[in-house]
Design a binder for this molecule. Sequence first.
Ligand code: ACO
Length: 402
Amino acid sequence: TLGPDVVDVRSLTSEGLFTYDPGFVSTASCESEITYIDGAKGVLLHRGYPIDQLANECDYLDVCYLLLYGELPSSDQKATFEHAIMHHTMVHEQLHQFFKGFRRDSHPMAIMVGVVGALSAFYHDSLDISNDRHREVAAHRLISKMPTLAAMAYKYSIGQPFAYPRNDLSYGGNFLHMMFSTPAEEYKVNPVLARAMDKIFTLHADHEQNASTSTVRLAGSSGANPFACIAAGIAALWGPAHGGANEAVLNMLEEIGDEANIEEYIARAKDKDDPFRLMGFGHRVYKNYDPRAKVMKATCDEVLSELGVQDDPLLKIAMRLEKIALEDEYFVEKKLYPNVDFYSGIIFKAIGIPTDMFTVLFAVGRTPGWIAHWKEMISGPYRIGRPRQLYKGYDQRDVSGD
Ligand code: ACO
């Protein structure tokens, strides 16, 4: 069977013992049938299918279906699913007012945390999670509306009117349209860029019990509604050690500025007295090349070639940095390889997506994974997640004592 040897400690805990594992380095929080990772070999499977095959031979909605329902869709199932997703892309007009309450210079992730949670206030039927049909509709609503909310966050920040979704376009193509169309000019969707967006969403679709997915499960374990749970996942994703890394990679490449400065930054990353880390390198589970990073790099080449920007200076710095790090004793010894975030920012930048939207796009892509885990959990027997702690504070003392 797949997976490491497992020690089931449930019987020990009932005898008064419990384990201490900060960061959950070797503690499974649940059983799951969705995603398998072999970090040593650099393998990622969704429902048994390798990620490179899914990214190259399927589209994002196939993968959403696979994560949610366990199998790739037949053509009829795909048509029904695609219709369900692409015909519910609009959001309630009153949500526009909600957006307008934010400052224009708000980080779009701050807006996403708010507006996705606010969907709970608009779809009361989805709040009854005991009903299968309501769960299903909530899942579809989230996958359909996340790109709309993401593009609205961007449009709001630049002071342009929101662009309404176009249901005749692909998922990735519609997202680009909502980002870049204006009342003065309809954005002409380039199929290579739309396919690249689709692949990027696919590469982010799920990654088992990462911080944001675990957060979604933990929030869901109390019976919270799916919109609130996904908003919690978005909050957990935001940090630079998780989804915020794609934004941090691009900022780092810009700060390095020139290939001549790479060695200096590598030296800083190795210096224990310097908090600087090479962004886009290292992973809790992968101790080998992240299989998503390989597809991402190939997609990056396709996009830059389509746009005629092969000489992109940031790409050159990224490639040189990768080469130097992969040969450096420190990175080799600690098994630090490029992760999925290393190349995605270069693609986004080439497409014209601003840096502060990068993590938002990670959130859009990760939505089916979050929902699949939430659905898997609440579809079977589950208990509220309630970690214990190792108390290190005072012994009992008296308020009135000297
Ligand atoms: N640069 C330099 N050194 C690093 C890096 C890095 N990017 N990543 C890990 N290390 C070192 C640590 O300093 C540590 O060294 P030590 O053993 O001498 O103390 C060792 O490698 C292990 O690192 P940990 O932080 O203990 O590993 P952990 O599994 O807790 O963290 C993480 C993984 C957060 C991804 C880390 O590698 C990191 O901060 N990377 C940069 C941020 C990043 O790219 N995040 C995206 C992750 S992928 C995703 O979310 C999709």
